[in-house]
Design a protein around this ligand. Structure first.
Ligand code: GTP
Ligand code: SPV
Ligand code: MN
Length: 594
């Protein structure tokens, strides 16, 4: 085989590629350079095979996935640490040797008749000592295009390998082709799906799915599951968090990180247009943050990604003009509907759908149809640099200093619009106690309440009890005034008719203003059993009718909440750090009086 550029500075990379060729037996091997021409020719190939539809938007394409391959599959996701205890009670675990054997059987010859693509990529800005590199090997050209947008992928990334550490990831759709056998439009192998992480080896194996977090290995698999293990070992944090910059009317700026579970508002908050005059929000990241202490004792965060893989339904010019601009070109759409004039449509884009559409199932769809035209987890994949509110510090090598950390979930009752933790330890408890109604971002029953600590339940690469302890420990490494302040938010309370009580989106700036002020020790607040609540918010230009409901702490509901938490935390048995045991006991005392 001819190597069209130099990998010789990393012998491990070469043997990883060679071993994978030997195992998977592809028809061709393509080492990705990451050029525009390469991208264009892959798009053309997919259009020629009817796997992609060229859209009216410049350089944009639509894909329909197999109806059985539409979201992350947490039931098939494994953390195969050497010891079962290190995967913890919230991860699936199989003994690594057994899992390796199973994987070798599955991957053996799995790329027959297909091209194997080798993607070197960098998570984080080139030259940053916070950045880390990986190689994804995949037999899905859709994955190549997506990774080309989501990461810094190609020849340039190889320079960052510096002869050393990289995360190897092997991905296959799991559908070998016999000689002359025709391919299907979205190959996948739902019966044999496995998304496997070997934390000690820092390696990833993914089989059978071509969708999102299952297949774009730089994202959840590397930047969260493997990186959380690296972060534990090296003393930093890899989190499922957006990062945004917020500037007040006087021109003072702060950075905020926020962890909300999948499909609970990270992309929309990080890209929002403020409705309050003079306040501005700018985007650093919409899904993942890597945070480290700097010499000045503060946390600095980078966004390891280079694109956004965002939820499509609900995005509109009214609620999110920045995203609408971002996706106007160079964007991949998956599982949205197709209009007659080769554009895309999804529920929420316009009040009324067009008369005729092709649904995400590839079927004729007419106005009034009972099933949605776009899948609930339909997504856009778009270059983050196209976002009009991108922060000038986006590629700062050291990252940006974090003043506040927000936790939150989708809760139709109980949890008020916003409250502040008493201190770091109580804040870690708030993170650990996040629960949220389930969304379409992963398989499972929609709307069902589940605990999702730090919004990391599906993404923590080790024992979550140890993860809580790691967070508590981070709070002891600097003085309290340098630690980010911790808050809990909930945009999703509903009235008895099921209508949202809070308008959300750009109006969330009112909550961010209070948070901004609290970081400076300002802003009105009162102490309640659950934390500090605002006495009021800046409601200029908006009806304050619902505000008292939104900021109410309902004690009977909180009694139930405490009971729920006790049941959930019991799962960790002896692995739950004492600090959290204490916090839960104190909360119970404040709520129940005993
Ligand atoms: P992942 O990419 O899965 O991690 O999701 P995310 O956390 O980035 O969520 P995203 O911003 O894409 O929002 C998901 C859904 O929540 C969309 O349907 C949005 O319309 C809706 N949403 C986001 N922000 C708000 C808000 O402030 N209020 C309400 N009511 N809905 C919101
Ligand atoms: C999430 O589910 O949190 C996502 C989408 O961001 S995926 O990349 O598919 O995991
Ligand atoms: Mn996410």
């Amino acid at each position: 085989m001819k190597w069209d550029f130099d990998w010789s500075n990393n012998p491990q990379a070469i043997s990883f590629v060679q071993n994978t060729i030997f195992l998977c037996k592809p028809k061709n091997v393509h080492l990705c350079e990451g050029t525009k021409e390469e991208y264009a020719s892959l798009c053309q190939l997919l259009v020629n095979q009817n796997k992609a539809i060229a859209l009216k938007r410049p350089n944009s394409y639509l894909f329909f996935s197999d109806p059985e391959d539409v979201a992350r599959v947490e039931g098939c996701t494994y953390i195969c640490s050497k010891e079962e205890r290190d995967a913890g009670p919230t991860n699936h675990w199989v003994q690594p040797k057994l899992m390796k054997k199973k994987l070798k059987d599955l991957f053996s010859g799995c790329m027959q008749g297909r091209t194997m693509y080798v993607l070197p990529y960098c998570m984080g800005p080139y030259g940053s000592d916070k950045a880390k590199v990986g190689i994804e090997i995949t037999d899905s050209p859709y994955v190549v295009l997506s990774m080309a947008i989501m990461t810094r992928m190609g020849k340039r990334a190889l320079q960052e390998f510096r002869g050393g550490f990289f995360v190897p990831g092997i991905h296959s759709v799991g559908v070998p082709l016999k000689k002359g056998e025709a391919d299907v439009l979205w190959p996948c192998n739902p019966k044999n799906r496995l998304i496997v992480h070997f934390p000690e080896e820092r390696s990833i194996w993914s089989f059978g799915s071509g969708y999102g977090g299952n297949a774009l290995l730089g994202k959840k698999c590397f930047a969260l599951r493997i990186a959380s293990v690296l972060a534990r070992d090296e003393g930093w944090l890899a989190e499922h968090m957006l990062i945004l910059g917020i500037t007040n009317p006087q021109g003072k700026k702060k950075y905020i990180a926020a962890a909300f579970p999948s499909s609970c508002g990270k992309t929309n908050l990080a890209t929002m247009t403020s409705t309050l005059p003079g306040w501005k929000v700018e985007l650093i990241g919409d899904d993942i943050a890597w945070m480290k202490f700097a010499k000045d004792g503060r946390f600095y965060a980078i966004n390891p990604e280079y694109g956004m893989f965002g939820v499509m339904p609900g995005i509109s010019m009214r609620d999110n003009p920045n995203i609408m601009h971002t996706i106007s070109k160079n964007t991949l759409f998956t599982n949205v509907a197709l209009t007659k004039d080769r554009d895309v449509w999804w529920e929420g884009l316009t009040e009324k759908p067009p008369l005729h559409l092709t649904s995400w199932l590839g079927e004729r769809w007419i106005q009034g149809s009972k099933t949605p035209a776009a899948h609930l987890n339909a997504r856009f994949t778009t270059p983050i640099r196209q976002c009009p509110n991108l922060d000038p510090a986006f590629e700062n090598l050291d990252g940006v200093p974090i003043s506040a950390i927000l936790f939150g979930g989708r809760r139709s009752s109980t949890v008020p619009l916003v409250y502040q933790s008493f201190n770091w330890k109580h804040g870690v408890f708030l993170g650990a106690s996040v629960s949220s109604e389930r969304t379409a971002a992963a398989e499972g029953a929609l709307g069902k309440l589940r605990h999702d600590p730090f919004s990391m339940l599906p993404f923590c690469g080790y024992n979550m009890g140890d993860y809580f302890a790691h967070w508590l420990k981070m709070g002891t490494k600097t003085s309290a005034d340098k630690l980010p302040k911790i808050f809990y938010v909930n945009w999703f309370q509903k009235d008895t008719n099921g209508k949202f009580l809070w308008p959300g989106f750009g109006e969330n700036i009112r909550v961010l203003q209070w948070i901004f002020e609290r970081c400076d020790g300002e802003g009105s607040f009162e102490k309640t059993p659950i934390g500090f609540l605002p006495k009021t918010l800046n409601m200029q230009g908006l009806s304050a009718n619902n505000l008292s409901k939104l900021l109410h702490v309902d004690i009977p509901l909180w009694k139930k909440e405490v009971q729920e938490m006790e049941e959930f935390f019991a799962v960790f048995e002896g692995d739950l750090p004492q600090g959290l045991v204490d916090e839960l006991r104190e909360l119970k005392k404040r709520i129940c009086g005993s």
